[in-house]
Ligand binder design. Structure first.
Ligand code: XLS
Ligand code: NI
Ligand code: NI
Length: 433
């Protein structure tokens, strides 16, 4: 045991009336919601990068966090892992997620990076065996090091494409070895700063080819998990090719990968794309590519991916409503891609941020389940489209303009507008919260 979280107890469910900060009010792992334990609905994961690798900087100032594992040695990396697994256990999160660069020191060569990663993977494997904590997903950080400043797969320099492909292979191997349930690709710098120096056609072809290689390798190695793309419209690049779910779907179609890749949808990225979180979730469900979520909260004023811990239960209820309508998670889960504010220096801030986020998710899930079980919202939706279930409605989509016109004339069709009842439905939603 390290002493980083000294004095902080394992977090337990105490119910809504508890006034203990270090307790759950809503997240009761074994409580059954719609026939399934809450923990199996939510499948919480902690994100290594924000909680253990991020130093607290912003564009105007550097490190604010003073962590004993900040440093470049393997000893630092192992201490970081010790503390990380202590946090996972205090919180009772069943999963974690990581990038290669979060967990191992940067070596002088590719080979050294690989060796460092493999050593930490072995260290993780022991801890996972001992604690039962599992890997939700692994990924490669192809955006922080300066070699990736002009992109990874979409780089104008083929050597960077090669370095990136090789790095992805090592990260897929690490994910497979640790029994990871998904492999994520977030194209942080797969985009451009200015069209003046960018060959968009080439870059899109390169990105498509890299994705095909990832899918080929997945099948070759026998990885049973899902390959997930995480859309984001911009930041760090001015424009990112994986803009949003619909854009990525078009990309998958173009490269023949629509049956192979699903979406990891992040709240903050949806907001940056000018959508709501529930829009992106619903779109992925309709396209049959819903996979997993990165749960966080964007500040609506900032225009940045602020990655705050989620706490807006009414919004989260609508998000989990879409998750439940998609049939819930299979390989996916709720990953807290969220970081502390840079003034939140204390170890207990890190614990309480997750406690609040987990509780807000549980509240949102319970409200969503009640909405769905009650059926009023779904009944109102079906009622609105009921005309399409009649023989005439069904026939219309198989008809043609000339026949339809003949029928409109013969029947004297003259549609009467009907209320969309938005306020009534919004009032209804608020009753479940
Ligand atoms: C950044 C992304 C990143 C991915 C993993 O905005 O959310 O954290 O989730 O590379
Ligand atoms: Ni994310
Ligand atoms: Ni993000």
């Amino acid at each position: 045991m390290t002493d980083f979280f000294k004095g902080i107890p394992a977090i337990k469910y105490e119910g809504p009336d508890s006034d203990n900060d270090f307790a759950f009010r809503h997240y009761n792992p074994d409580e059954v919601v719609m026939g399934k334990a809450m923990k199996d609905h939510l499948r919480f994961a902690a994100a290594y990068w924000h909680s253990f690798a991020w130093p607290g900087g912003d564009p105007f100032g550097g490190q604010t966090f003073d962590r004993p594992w900040f440093g470049d040695s393997m000893d630092h990396a192992r201490l970081k892992a010790d503390v990380a697994f202590e946090m996972f256990q205090i919180l009772g999160v069943p999963y974690f997620c990581f990038h290669d660069a979060d967990v191992r020191p940067e070596g002088a060569t590719f080979a050294q990076n690989t060796a460092n990663l493999e050593a930490i993977v072995d260290y993780f494997a022991e801890k996972m065996d001992a604690t039962g904590i599992k890997l939700l997903w692994g990924t490669a950080n192809l955006f922080s090091h300066k070699r990736f400043m002009s992109g990874a797969a979409t780089n104008p320099d083929p050597d960077v494409f090669a370095y990136s492909a090789a790095t992805i292979k090592t990260c897929m191997d690490a994910t497979m070895k640790l029994g990871g349930e998904n492999y994520v690709l977030w194209g942080g710098r797969e985009g451009y700063e200015t069209l003046l120096n960018t060959d968009m056609g080439r870059e899109r072809q390169q990105a498509g080819r890299m994705l095909q290689m990832v899918v080929d390798y997945k099948h070759k190695m026998g990885f049973k998990g899902a390959i997930l793309i995480e859309p984001k419209p911009q930041e760090p690049t001015k424009h990112q090719y994986d803009y949003d779910v619909a854009t990525v779907y078009g990309f998958l179609k173009e490269f023949g990968l629509e049956g192979e890749v699903q979406m990891n949808i992040e709240q903050g990225h949806a907001i940056l794309a000018g959508h709501s979180f529930e829009h992106e979730l619903a779109m992925a469900r309709e396209l049959g590519i819903f996979g997993s979520i990165d749960m966080n909260r964007n500040d609506y004023q900032s225009g940045w991916d602020t990655d705050q811990f989620p706490n807006n239960v009414p919004e989260m209820a609508l998000a989990y409503y879409e998750v439940l309508r998609a049939g819930g998670f299979t390989t996916g889960g709720t990953n807290f891609d969220a970081k502390l504010r840079r003034q939140s220096l204390d170890p207990e801030d890190l614990i309480l941020a997750h406690v609040g986020g987990m509780d807000a998710c549980a509240s949102g899930l319970k409200a969503a389940a009640a909405m769905l079980e009650d059926g009023k919202l779904e009944a109102a939706r079906s009622d609105r489209y009921a005309g399409w279930d009649t023989a005439d409605g069904k026939g219309l989509l198989n008809s043609d303009l000339e026949s339809i016109m003949a029928t409109v004339v013969a029947d004297g069709t003259n549609p009467e507008p009907r209320s969309g009842r938005q306020e009534r439905l919004e009032n209804l939603v608020n009753r479940y919260l």
